[in-house]
Design a protein. Structure first.
Lengths: 491, 294
């Protein structure tokens, strides 16, 4: 009798498989030494007179300095947006608004290479990701919502949708340009005007976007881009002239925002943290699942709110999955984000690296076993090897709290009910993943997982037509698709 | 010899049972002339928490029932209410309405239940989407109930407001804890009796009577409640509810300008207000980029 053959081949990536460096040229990126605030269609010096540096996290070199907007600057930007709303944007026919948004989409496509390089320099993400994901998806988002501008009566049957007014939008550092697109495109399509604050660590692509708004002849004040840190964001949230807050960031800050706007009548869309379960059943295509897990947690260095950071593996395949995952980790290239071979780029900031390292210590102190790849990492810049924790308990902090780095916890399970309960045992509910070959099992799981996005036999997929957003403490409101229009209209 | 009337004991409704408030407290509901109508439970924070536990326990079963089944059960509530119209009219009149107004309110309450019974298996198709993503994936978005909803019912009416806020919440598969009108509490308790004889599983709707100014904060700050509905113009309470709801990112729905006696006060969009949108992705096989040739 033929012996059942188990798949025990080990991936071997020896020195013979070293990749030659393939760096993208920085020449595509034109970065000014200093950026002012983009208010009412022009770059203006900040009333604060202050600037702060933005650095390349892969080299710790200064790239540029940007204005630190204070409350007076925010007030100016909100007034410009209010003025543009009343005088031009609200009155403009939808089909004309659409043309401006289409223009913006096209111009991002034309300058895609420049945007990709700057995104990678400023944020540390691999050029492969900014080139193939962030920038094209941002352009597509504008293109998609442009088309809604003159079709809104079909989106809300039997209702008369009206814009809200001025939207204050505060975005994170993990997908700087893409988050700007997610925020600005639906706001403009529905007739709102915008004051947008990019994250203080990654302001450059949003400021480049301001160039495009000028080039596209977008009426002055329709979009204003102001830079700064938490205090600037708070000034936007608390400004009486803002009708809507759209925020992507941590759950802690989301709660502060909801409290701050209580009683003001401001609407909010909040895209907050996550701690997604990624579940592998024994009948899954294991190799594909392992690839999906790698994409789920190591995409963008794990700086992804919907990252699949909690892996649940059915007991019978647990050993096989962990072994294959460890093998796969060894093949991952950590280093220069501009190198086209790089899988894991730089951690976005020194502060974030400290947070990740803190959790690595916590995990070990809690009794979990840590495994890191042996990848070489550059001596300068902020880097973290891909990391997995086994022997993890459900109550461990590394399995409960959002780490926002390339750190995966692995637990085993036996039954469907057990894993559903474990997966849902979190205050978050942004995303989840399921790997199985059985269709009925997929639908059982996808219905029972309390999360806004469920990926079955795939992970970390995004599209302008696909609504994204959380259950529970991962926030409320959706971005993307028809459902993404709701946050920007009243009836 | 004239017959002595049997007075009803107005109790609260938790998990399909009719307990008195655990606090032992009561208040006297009065008509507009100040005459006592009944002693009513002055529910406590603990009553709310007990009701929430019942609502959470009922959520799994109720939310996974077939939409068709939920529709039949809402229809059944309307049937039971229709049969007890006289009793409700009597209570509405006692609480200050004219006979004509009472008749209209009770009839509209029945009709509103029928309206939402019909939506139970239809709103999903209105708010769902198959999303044409560019990659080779099948991708769809569907509404799902948000979970346990705490509701402070409209205070100015005894029945129609209560029915108008409960129906869209349970039609969408949520379970709820509802505080009835403080001034006009009688119909809230009697409506619980209707629910109890309508195949609505215990815990799906839990009804308390008591003081909103005391209980609103607990309705808003409970960590295992997913959404809250509030229907008064009171700006201070609205602010309090939004602040406390931030503790666990509760969804807050405020209907302060709604005239519940109007036809405009009903819509599938009220169902949507306590729904979440879930998006599911699955790859579509795409071997060698082959195009369909048929």
């Amino acid at each position: 009798m033929a012996k059942a053959k188990s798949n025990t081949l080990k991936l071997k990536f020896d020195s013979a498989r070293n990749y030659a460096p393939a760096p993208e040229s920085k020449s595509a990126a034109k970065i000014n030494a200093r950026y002012d605030l983009f208010i009412n269609g022009k770059f203006e010096k900040p009333a604060s007179k202050k600037y702060f540096a933005t650095i390349n996290p892969a080299t710790e070199e200064k790239l540029s300095e940007v204005a630190d907007a204070n409350a007076a600057d925010v007030d100016k930007a909100v007034k410009a947006a209010r003025n543009a709303y009343g005088k031009t944007w609200k009155k403009m026919p939808g089909k004309e608004r659409a043309k401006y948004i289409y223009r913006i989409a096209r111009m991002i496509q034309e300058r895609a290479r420049e945007f990709s390089v700057i995104e990678t320099l400023d944020g540390g993400k691999p050029i492969r990701e900014s080139r193939d994901f962030d920038v094209p998806t941002a352009a597509n988002h504008f293109f998609y919502y442009a088309g809604w501008a003159d079709k809104l009566e079909y989106a809300f049957p039997n209702r008369n949708a009206q814009p809200l007014g001025v939207a204050g939008q505060i975005i994170p550092w993990n997908f700087p340009l893409l988050m700007a697109a997610w925020k600005i495109a639906p706001a403009l399509a529905t007739g709102n005007t915008v004051v947008l604050k990019p994250a203080e660590n990654t302001p450059l692509t949003a400021l480049k976007l301001a160039d495009i708004f000028q080039e596209a002849e977008l009426p002055p004040g329709v979009v204003n881009i102001i830079t700064g840190a938490g205090a600037t964001g708070a000034a936007i949230v608390n400004h009486a002239g803002v009708d809507k807050i759209a925020f992507t960031g941590s759950t802690d800050v989301g709660k502060i925002i909801q409290k701050a706007i209580a009683g003001t009548g401001k609407k909010a869309t909040l895209e907050l943290g996550g701690k997604a379960a990624n579940i592998i059943f024994e009948d899954a295509a294991i190799d594909q699942a392992v690839e999906g897990v790698v994409n789920g947690i190591f995409f963008n260095q794990g700086h992804v709110c919907c990252a699949g950071s909690r892996l649940y593996v059915q007991e019978s395949v647990y050993k096989e999955v962990v072994r294959k995952l460890k093998d796969r980790l060894e093949t991952m290239i950590v280093g220069d984000p501009l190198d086209k071979n790089t899988d894991i780029g730089a951690i976005n900031s020194k502060e974030q690296l400290a947070i990740i390292n803190k959790y690595l210590k916590i995990g070990q102190a809690e009794g979990a076993e840590m495994y890191q790849s042996s990848a070489a990492i550059p001596s300068k810049g902020f880097f973290c090897r891909p990391t997995i924790f086994t022997n993890v308990a459900q109550s461990n902090r590394i399995a409960q709290e959002e780490i926002f780095g390339p750190v995966l916890t692995i637990q085993s399970f036996r039954t469907d009910d057990e894993v559903i309960e474990k997966a849902n045992n979190t205050p978050y509910g942004l995303s989840a993943g399921v790997w199985t070959d059985k269709g009925s099992k997929i639908f059982n799981l996808t219905t029972k997982l309390r999360a806004g996005v469920v990926w079955a036999n795939t992970f970390n997929q995004f599209d302008p037509t696909s609504p994204f957003g959380g259950y529970k403490e991962s926030g409320y409101g959706r971005e993307g698709g028809l459902h993404g229009l709701y946050g920007y209209v009243r009836f | 010899m004239s017959r002595l009337e049997i007075l009803k004991t107005y109790k609260i409704y938790i998990g399909g049972k009719f307990p008195r408030t655990e606090s032992g407290r009561f208040y006297t509901a009065k008509n507009s002339n100040g005459e006592a109508l009944a002693n009513v439970c002055l529910s406590s924070r603990k009553d709310f928490r007990d009701a929430e536990v019942a609502a959470r326990a009922a959520f799994g079963d109720w939310s996974s029932r077939a939409a068709f089944n939920r529709g039949q059960i809402l229809y059944r509530i309307a049937e039971m209410l229709e049969g007890r119209k006289a009793q409700f009219m009597d209570e509405v009149i006692k609480q200050g309405s004219s006979k004509a107004a009472a008749e209209a309110e009770v009839a509209l309450s029945v009709d509103r239940l029928i309206y939402y019974a019909g939506w139970c298996d239809k709103f999903q198709q209105l708010f769902s989407a198959v999303n044409p993503v560019a990659s080779s994936h099948f991708n769809f978005s569907v509404p799902e109930p948000t979970g346990v909803v705490s509701i402070i019912a409209p205070q100015s009416t005894s029945l129609i407001g209560l029915v108008s806020v409960i129906a869209p919440v349970i039609a969408g598969g949520n379970t709820c804890v509802v505080l009835g009108s403080f001034e006009k509490p009688l119909c809230a308790v009697t409506f619980a009796e209707v629910l109890n004889s309508s195949d609505v599983p215990g815990g799906v709707v839990n009804i308390l009577t008591g003081d909103p100014s005391e209980l609103a904060v607990y309705f808003a700050d409970h960590m295992d409640v997913n959404a809250m509905v509030y229907c008064e113009k009171n700006a201070g309470t609205q602010k309090l509810i939004k602040e406390k709801s931030a503790l666990n990112m509760k969804r807050v729905v405020i209907y302060s300008d709604t005239n519940w006696l109007s036809e405009d006060a009903q819509s599938p969009y009220l169902i949507q207000n306590t729904q979440e949108i879930k998006t599911t992705w699955h790859p579509v096989e795409n071997i060698g980029g082959a195009k369909a040739g048929y």
